[in-house]
Design a protein around this ligand. Structure first.
Ligand SMILES: Cc1cc2nc3c(=O)[nH]c(=O)nc-3n(C[C@H](O)[C@H](O)[C@H](O)COP(=O)(O)OP(=O)(O)OC[C@H]3O[C@@H](n4cnc5c(N)ncnc54)[C@H](O)[C@@H]3O)c2cc1C
Length: 339
């Protein structure tokens, strides 16, 4: 599909790479090649790339840190644009970060400057752009909470637009950017003053807890499935689960998976860790198909036993969705390689 556009892309971008493996671009270290790959280091370069793809109707896909992606073994037959723009500036009490800035950099910056609001999001990998796209969060804090506005390139209008927090449409692990065709350029936040020592302590406590789950060196895309709002889980399902304390009004996906004894289950070289039921890891030579099969197995067993549908938090790229529409087919492997 992309072959016909490669000449245009090479002419426009001298630094264009071809067949760049998604193993190098994702934390799970899985995925086939990006047919064409471009890393942009300024918002101007990013906008230029978006104008080129729009002008020539070139298929494209934007990534940040690749920490929430599972890409098919066949790769992506598109121009993959990695947003690597990095800066944090303060203007009139507002903090603006470019989309490619790592979330950790912003967390560290906020603590250093005694600003409260995202200190518990320490340890979440990835960029500001990716965090806003999926409304990343942890321990009761979410990236959207203190956001004032986002500047983005709107490919439909072909102009830079400003979206207020309301217009960003934040929901649990979701935002308007999943559907609005805008690419995030930068984000502006308004944090309240806080006490540096307390912020630092809170952040360290969270990091210590996180390190128990996300041991250094794990090849994973974060939690695989989204947690569920307890109010939306049928009572009959809750009754089948071991008693537990409510976590921010949610029932974690892992409790269903663990109740089924699936911790430690392995498909190919992908395994559910033996210490957390919603943590699927690449043991080294795992494939996207292994991942998908293991996730689908969990999805199906949870559905059969509890009547509850789990939905991936991870963005599946070039892979079929894991949802009820696929359970009617006898073999999900029929979808190998489909986009
Ligand atoms: C060890 C580990 C722990 C994690 N813990 C958490 C956690 O506690 N809480 C949590 O919420 N998540 C967590 N995650 C998941 C992940 O880190 C977050 O979702 C993160 O915000 C993704 O950012 P990214 O830059 O890596 O996005 P990517 O994975 O590169 O992309 C994710 C999506 O964002 C889109 N996107 C990226 N940049 C832009 C942009 N500039 N404009 C428009 N769209 C864009 C992409 O197209 C893609 O659809 C964890 C992941 C790992 C590996």
């Amino acid at each position: 599909m992309l072959d016909e556009y490669l000449k245009i892309l090479h002419n426009e971008f001298s630094e264009l790479e071809t067949d760049k493996s998604f193993r190098e671009l994702t934390t799970v270290e899985i995925g086939g090649p990006a047919k064409a790959f471009l890393e942009v280091k300024s918002s101007e370069e990013l906008v230029k790339a978006l104008i080129v793809v729009k002008t020539h109707s070139i298929p494209y896909f934007v990534i940040g840190g690749g920490s929430n992606l599972l890409v098919s073994d066949q790769g992506v037959d598109k121009l993959v644009i990695k947003v690597a723009t990095r800066s944090i500036v303060v203007e009139e009490g507002l903090v603006r970060a470019q989309a490619g800035t790592s979330l950790q950099e912003l967390v560290d910056f906020s603590i250093k400057n005694s600003l409260t609001g995202i200190q518990k999001m320490t340890g979440i990998p990835g960029t500001i752009g990716g965090a806003i796209y999926g409304n990343a969060g942890a321990y009761g804090q979410m990236i959207g909470d203190h956001l004032e506005f986002v500047s983005a390139y709107d490919l439909e209008k072909q102009e830079v637009v400003i979206l207020t927090r309301e217009e960003c449409g934040f929901e649990y692990r979701s935002s308007a950017f999943k559907t609005n065709g805008c690419v995030i350029l930068d984000a502006t936040f308004k944090f309240s003053p806080g006490d540096k020592e307390s912020l630092s302590r809170e952040s360290s406590e969270v990091l210590a807890m996180r390190l128990k789950k996300y041991k250094p060196g794990l090849k994973c895309p974060g939690s695989f499935f989204r947690n569920l709002f307890t109010s939306e889980v049928p009572k009959s399902a809750l009754e089948k689960l071991p008693p537990r304390e409510d976590t921010y009004g949610k029932t974690p996906a892992y409790v269903f998976i663990e109740a089924l004894g699936l911790k430690g289950r392995r498909v190919g070289d992908v395994e559910i860790t033996d210490f957390h039921g919603n943590l699927f890891v690449n043991l080294g030579n795992g494939t996207a198909q292994d991942f998908w099969d293991l996730a689908h197995l969990c999805y199906q067993q949870v559905k059969d036993r509890f009547g509850v549908e789990l939905h991936p938090e991870v963005q599946l790229v070039g892979l079929p969705s894991i949802s009820s529409e696929f359970t009617v087919h006898s073999s999900p492997r029929l979808y190998r390689g489909s986009r």
